[in-house]
Design a protein around this ligand. Sequence first.
Ligand code: FAD
Length: 441
Amino acid sequence: MSDIAVIGFGQGGAVAAVKLAQQGHAVTLFEQCPRDGLGHPWYDDIRFDIFAFCNLPEPPRACYTNKGKRLFISPDRKYSLRVPSAKPMEEISISRRALNAHLASLCEGAGVRLRFETPVEHLLLENARVTGVIVGGQAQRFDLVIDASGLFSPFRAELPDCFGVQSQPGTEDVMTAWRGFFAWEPGTSAPDPDRNIYIKHLGGTGLSWCNLNDRGEVDMFVGRIGGLPDKELERAAAQLKSDNAFCSSRVLQDGITAKIALRAPNAGMVADGCVLLGDSAFMTMPMMGSGIEASMKAAVWLTDWIETQRITDFSAAHLWDYQVRYYAELGAKYAFIDIVKRWVLGIDTDLLNWLFGCGAVTNEDMGLVSTDPDNPNKLTAGKILKKAAIVLQKPKLIAQTAVWMRRAVHAKRVAAAIPQVYELSKVQAWQRRYNDCFRFL
Ligand SMILES: Cc1cc2nc3c(=O)[nH]c(=O)nc-3n(C[C@H](O)[C@H](O)[C@H](O)COP(=O)(O)OP(=O)(O)OC[C@H]3O[C@@H](n4cnc5c(N)ncnc54)[C@H](O)[C@@H]3O)c2cc1C
């Protein structure tokens, strides 16, 4: 059995810690925040079956609600497209603090040594291998260090260059998001559907929403790629309020600004003695930023692999299997979505408005983006021909779409062609090819 350190109590780090401790490893989890200050005081959307996937008990019923239907709104707000509602309890909206509290109690039950208010200062490196962490100026040795310290992990930059770990996300890889909660305006009715998402809201490079949640609170979100200047936030918030009469001016919870990773996974997730997990490895879905499910799944893939292979030498060559698994399950798909995101954000706003309203995409088609695997709406040849006839009115759109689709398919192919076996020169050549897929802008 091994001595394992986890840096960061996010959902990825916490699940990895529980699973490894259940397997009998000695696990220490370092978290810089106090236990009652973990995560933000808001609700996140996740699939409910993630707990069954992780083979972990569900959180208490009081901390989540069933998620409703969604409506995508065009930048000029004249058109909208409805996503069919998910099956009951397929997707839930869960209190992040309650989810973290649940995971903390599972950690304790499994025997994880929880070290809150204990920031890790540096990795301990000897002969280009991570052999532990520096905490409070003292070296602590571990067989494996799991960096789950989030999007701005300072530890990636400490890893030797040969592992090809990208140390910082690019400006276009990060969304600056503001989220606040308001009271429901008395006398107004609830919106239908209860969740709306404004794509390229007011022409900005990002999205916004203004929803009434099951607890009767108005949940407002404004996110923009790169930065969110005060003026843009004021403009967006004012418009969301005027568009959604149920949103009053009474603040229930002051807004918080945070950064969300919106990009394809890191080309390097492993080094000798160290592995990246969750936002630290850029494991979010590039279009929406949802990373909780991906980081919890990755924690299961990593820990299952450690258990089944019974590996105690945590070299990059051995850990590579985990990265290969991630790319096979999610990474290649997310590489494709990363390019689609760039296309949507870069597309001319008038053209996007037209696309929403022209009939080429219908409410029925939105079933394809729902999470229901039994969704009866399929794209038939007849439907595709009908759509093509509409889109042919805009040759510029066809040309642009063709270029972006080619880039997206190429990125997916390159990502999926990740070397199955770790050979440094082959891995480095693949990492260069993969990173080049996102360097055309
Ligand atoms: C506004 C917003 C809304 C979001 N909404 C959703 C959503 O609805 N659904 C969804 O799936 N995802 C959502 N996400 C994304 C989600 O938060 C992340 O993808 C997910 O939390 C990643 O978890 P993680 O395990 O990588 O760690 P993180 O949650 O990033 O946690 C990292 C932890 O490491 C700690 N840490 C950092 N440095 C150190 C150090 N030196 N020493 C010790 N500890 C350290 C931090 O304090 C933190 O607790 C949202 C993100 C934001 C910002």
